[in-house]
Write a protein that binds this ligand. Structure first.
Ligand SMILES: O=C(O)C(=O)[C@@H](O)CO
Ligand code: MG
Length: 265
């Protein structure tokens, strides 16, 4: 059976962030993920996880100045010191939260930047992150993101991410395969899953309905078919529920929209 993690950045927006742990547990989730933990002390987050019997399965390394539009630092020449400081902070949080995965966002390609320099910076930075994370048993994840949601993002295709993982050459670097982004950029999801899961290089999956990024049962994808396929391939990792409930932040919007999950809990 697929195992689902609630993405607390997108789900349960009708309650404050720290109250989303309880809400997710009440709905039957045993794991959570979210974008960033850094606004809260790690012990406070660890206590929420403990109190509600939840595992933290993923969060992101610091992305640079998010409010100014930055979406990761890994591919940005000249920002290496900030990138490294962010990785150190992320590893501290991951240890405190017993979280085995950190997503390192690639970043937006700077206007006019030399493509080879951007790629070389990315490879060197991810290698550094992997080296720092490895002694703690932490995996570094790279996620291709669609260019409609994030124009200019360095990484958009699965083959690009897998080629980079091979080039980086660290056993604790894997691909975060977000099926929502993959459908928008490439389509042919079942064949992509059949191609990439057996490589052992997919460290986490995420889902959402396409194109609105609402519940998985809203939109053009047949998620039950994909879940059965993942089962048949023996996928025993987590699937992050990274979608915006169709009713937004209305009271109980997330819980009321979880009908799709019930058969899989
Ligand atoms: O947007 C996504 O998809 C993610 O998984 C985030 O971690 C990055 O914004
Ligand atoms: Mg994602």
């Amino acid at each position: 059976m697929p195992r689902f993690a609630a993405n607390l950045s997108m789900l349960y927006n009708d309650v404050d962030f720290l109250d989303r742990f309880a809400a997710a547990a009440r709905d039957g989730f045993q794991a959570v993920e979210y974008l960033f933990p850094y606004a809260h002390p790690a012990p406070e987050l660890a206590e929420r996880l403990r109190a509600h019997g939840l595992q933290q399965v993923l969060f992101n390394a610091p992305p640079g100045d998010w409010d100014a539009g930055e979406r990761g630092l890994a591919c940005l020449p000249g920002r290496e010191a900030e990138f490294r400081a962010g990785i150190a902070q992320a590893i501290e949080y991951a240890q405190a939260l017993q979280c085995p995965r950190i997503h390192v966002m690639a970043g937006l390609v700077p206007q006019g930047a030399d493509a080879a320099a951007v790629r070389a910076t990315y490879v060197a930075n991810v290698r550094h992150a992997a080296e720092q994370a490895a002694p703690h048993g932490i995996r570094i994840l790279l996620e291709p993101i669609n260019g409609r949601d994030m124009p200019g993002f360095f990484l958009s295709r699965q083959d690009q991410a897998h080629a980079l993982v091979a080039e980086i050459g660290a056993t604790n670097v894997q691909v975060q395969m977000d099926l929502y982004h993959c459908q928008i950029v490439e389509g042919d999801l079942a064949m992509k899953i059949r191609q990439y899961l057996p490589t052992g290089r997919v460290g986490h999956l995420q889902i959402a309905g396409v194109p609105e990024r609402h519940e998985p049962d809203v939109g053009e994808l047949n998620h039950p078919y994909l879940f059965r396929l993942l089962d048949s391939l023996g996928y025993d990792g987590w699937i992050g529920c990274e979608y915006r409930p169709a009713r937004g932040a209305a009271t109980h919007a997330t819980s009321d929209g979880l009908g799709w999950l019930k058969p899989w809990l």
